[in-house]
Design a binder for this molecule. Structure first.
Ligand code: C2O
Length: 348
């Protein structure tokens, strides 16, 4: 059976890691007893949202101003507003740190990492987040940028995220990773800070190749294990798409924070605006993977397609959305700007 989303009536305190005594409140406002609406695709007459690489978008002053204004307005919404920055960050915590239980099995926690739900869940999250931002500036074309860490020009954190006065800034990031020429190291050992740029670049290409091409020839490898109603929450591993994505969290998060805040822990990752930009690239690589050929298709399993989740949308309506609703990015009005794929032939 498909997982029928989180129970609206039961929501527990979250913990930074399983079994940790620290308790965190991550439940969304006013879910109990509330009627959810079925997801509706954006009307075909709506303009497309074109996600661009963050390092290039950083040079487009007009875009950066729009993005900052949208984020600022989101941060200024009252904290109990489900569209607010604060509540949106909690969405990730509630789905990942033990707040939710499965609506059909309230004795079982719900976890959207470490399984085939990883990619579709985050695509949904980005969809609603982006539409909320666009609606706050009345711009139906507004699109998040993507952190193009699989191309040498885009590996560093983009400039627009580094101005401490900007709503795109987050003070809880690893200060060693902020200089403008510092590339994300997908094979970072959590100590070394002086690896030369070319080494990091080549290592990254080999790593992306391994997790997108040679080690991801079948969907189970790429998406992660199956997860259905009644299964206990998966607790580790996950597909190559997820393993490829993990390092950006650890590398960006504060190195001297207890739980790696913000990016280095599920419960706090959504508090860093760069979280959504990182996930746009993960989402984009899902599309790229399907173009590589061979057996690289989406699952067509009934339980997978009908697994549903709950999100608040830009009108603060509670929406029930299913995995099958997000498998076609075009139907969501979504496009990624084309980028070269330098790792395509980086067989190690
Ligand atoms: Cu839900 Cu990048 O994690």
């Amino acid at each position: 059976r498909p997982i029928d989303g989180p129970s609206q009536d039961v929501c527990k305190l979250a913990t930074p890691s399983p079994g940790n005594p620290l308790q965190i409140e991550c439940c969304p406002p006013a879910m109990a007893g509330r009627e959810s609406k079925p997801f509706q695709f954006p009307s075909p007459s709506e303009p497309k949202r074109i996600r661009r690489p963050a390092h290039l978008a950083s040079q487009d002053k007009e875009y950066v101003e729009k993005y900052k204004l949208a984020m600022k307005r989101m941060k200024c919404l009252p904290p109990e507003d489900p569209r607010s920055f604060f509540q949106q960050a909690k969405v990730h915590c509630a789905y990942c740190n033990g707040s939710y239980v499965q609506s059909s099995h309230t004795n079982l926690g719900l976890q959207i990492h470490f399984s085939w739900l990883f990619l579709p869940f985050h695509r949904m999250y980005l969809h609603f987040y982006e539409r909320i931002l666009g609606s706050l500036i009345q711009d139906p074309t507004f699109a998040l940028p993507f952190w193009n860490w699989d191309h040498e020009d885009g590996m560093a954190i983009a400039e627009m995220f580094k101005d401490p006065e900007s709503p795109l800034f987050d003070g809880l990031r690893n200060v060693h990773h902020l200089p403008s020429n510092k590339p994300l190291d997908l094979r970072w050992d959590r100590v070394t800070e002086d690896k030369p740029f070319e080494r990091i670049r080549d290592d990254n290409y080999a790593r992306v190749y391994e997790l997108m091409v040679s080690g991801a020839q079948r969907r189970l490898e790429f998406f992660g294990p199956k997860y259905r109603a009644g299964d206990p929450p998966p607790a580790g591993g996950g597909g190559t798409s997820e393993r490829l994505h993990n390092m950006a969290h650890l590398w960006t998060g504060g190195h001297n924070q207890q739980f790696g805040e913000d990016m280095g822990n599920f419960y706090s990752a959504g508090r860093d605006p760069i979280f959504y930009v990182h996930h746009c690239n993960v989402d984009r690589l899902w599309n790229v993977w399907k173009t590589i050929g061979g057996f690289r298709f989406d699952f067509d399993d009934y339980d997978y397609l009908n697994t549903s989740f709950l999100f608040y949308d830009e009108n603060s309506d509670l929406i029930k959305i299913k995995v099958k609703d997000v498998l076609d990015p075009q139907a969501l009005g979504l496009e990624y700007e084309d980028r070269p794929i330098p790792w395509r032939n980086s067989r190690p």
